[in-house]
Design a protein around this ligand. Structure first.
Ligand SMILES: NC(=O)c1ccc[n+]([C@@H]2O[C@H](COP(=O)([O-])OP(=O)(O)OC[C@H]3O[C@@H](n4cnc5c(N)ncnc54)[C@H](O)[C@@H]3O)[C@@H](O)[C@H]2O)c1
Length: 261
């Protein structure tokens, strides 16, 4: 088991990609903190992980609330003694045409998808630095590097705020890696392409989801949609001791998207 005795905080793990990360980390021996702002989802996830024989606790907070993040991080360390791994996965999207996007929509996307990563990393880093060990993994997106067309192919609106936040997460990963590297804390990033999760559906009708998946299959080198297991594999690598000499990197797990290559 690659994460034996590790304490891993996964934000946004009451759903989708975060949940898949939590399940895999538990299978690799980690104790998981299900960190989310969906209290019901946390309760369900923790129960299911425990029922399957894993170790998990829940922590309910909003990643975009600085004080709440620092309080929650303190409580997690009091409860588990340390944080070995932090996955900054919580995220939202608001696909809107740029010309008519409101500043509220812009602000909330930047607050959760970028500031949330900053706050969680800032809160956890001192504990990792003090112990001289840590693994941080930030979740960006294929939209952080490739301006994919929106308003077509089952992708409504536009992605300016989301893409700006996700591009910034890649750069934040590099700068943070520099600052905490001397204390043996690695910081890496995974940029997923298209994966079927509740997020795919909240911004689209069922017909648009299908149209989007069909379009995406034709616009990646590997010619198919990836599974969550395939997405989690490199996240597990970054979280493990195999990643002792890799930091500041972004891996694109997107099947070879045409708008990146
Ligand atoms: N699904 C995809 O195809 C895809 C592609 C690229 C990147 N991503 C990124 O992967 C991450 C996970 O996406 P997903 O598809 O699993 O989405 P999802 O909507 O299924 O899950 C997101 C989780 O984050 C939580 N969350 C949202 N805002 C929060 C906040 N302010 N504080 C705490 N928790 C909050 C939600 O409650 C939910 O449990 C996101 O960062 C997303 O941008 C997803």
């Amino acid at each position: 088991m690659r994460l034996n005795d590790k304490v891993a905080v996964v934000t946004g793990s009451a759903s989708g990609i975060g949940r898949a990360i939590a399940d895999r980390f538990v299978a690799e021996g980690a104790t998981i903190v299900v960190a989310d702002f969906n209290a019901e989802g946390i309760e369900r996830t923790v129960e299911e992980i425990r029922a399957a024989g894993g170790t998990a606790t829940g922590q309910c907070f909003d990643v975009s609330d600085r004080e709440a993040v620092h309080d929650a991080t303190r409580q997690i360390v009091e409860r588990h003694g340390r944080i070995d791994i932090l996955v900054n996965n919580a995220g939202i999207s608001r696909y809107r045409p740029f010309a008519t996007m409101s500043s509220e929509d812009w602000d909330i996307v930047l607050a959760v998808d970028l500031k949330g990563v900053f706050f969680c990393a800032q809160a956890a880093a001192p504990y990792m630095v003090e112990r001289g060990y840590g693994r941080m993994i930030n979740i960006s997106s294929a939209l952080g590097t490739g301006a994919t067309p929106h308003g077509t192919a089952g992708s409504p609106g536009g992605s300016s705020a989301y893409a700006a936040a996700k591009a910034a997460v890649i750069m934040l990963t590099k700068t943070l890696a520099r600052e905490v590297g001397p204390a043996n804390v690695t910081v890496n990033c995974v940029a997923p392409g298209t994966f079927l999760t509740p997020m795919s559906a909240t911004t689209r009708t069922p017909e648009q989801v299908q149209e989007h998946l069909d379009h995406r299959k034709k616009t990646v080198v590997l010619n198919r949609i990836g599974s969550l297991d395939e997405l989690v594999a490199p996240i597990l690598f970054f979280a493990s001791d195999d990643c002792s000499y890799v930091t500041g990197h972004t891996i694109h797990v997107d099947g070879g998207r045409f708008d990146r290559m």
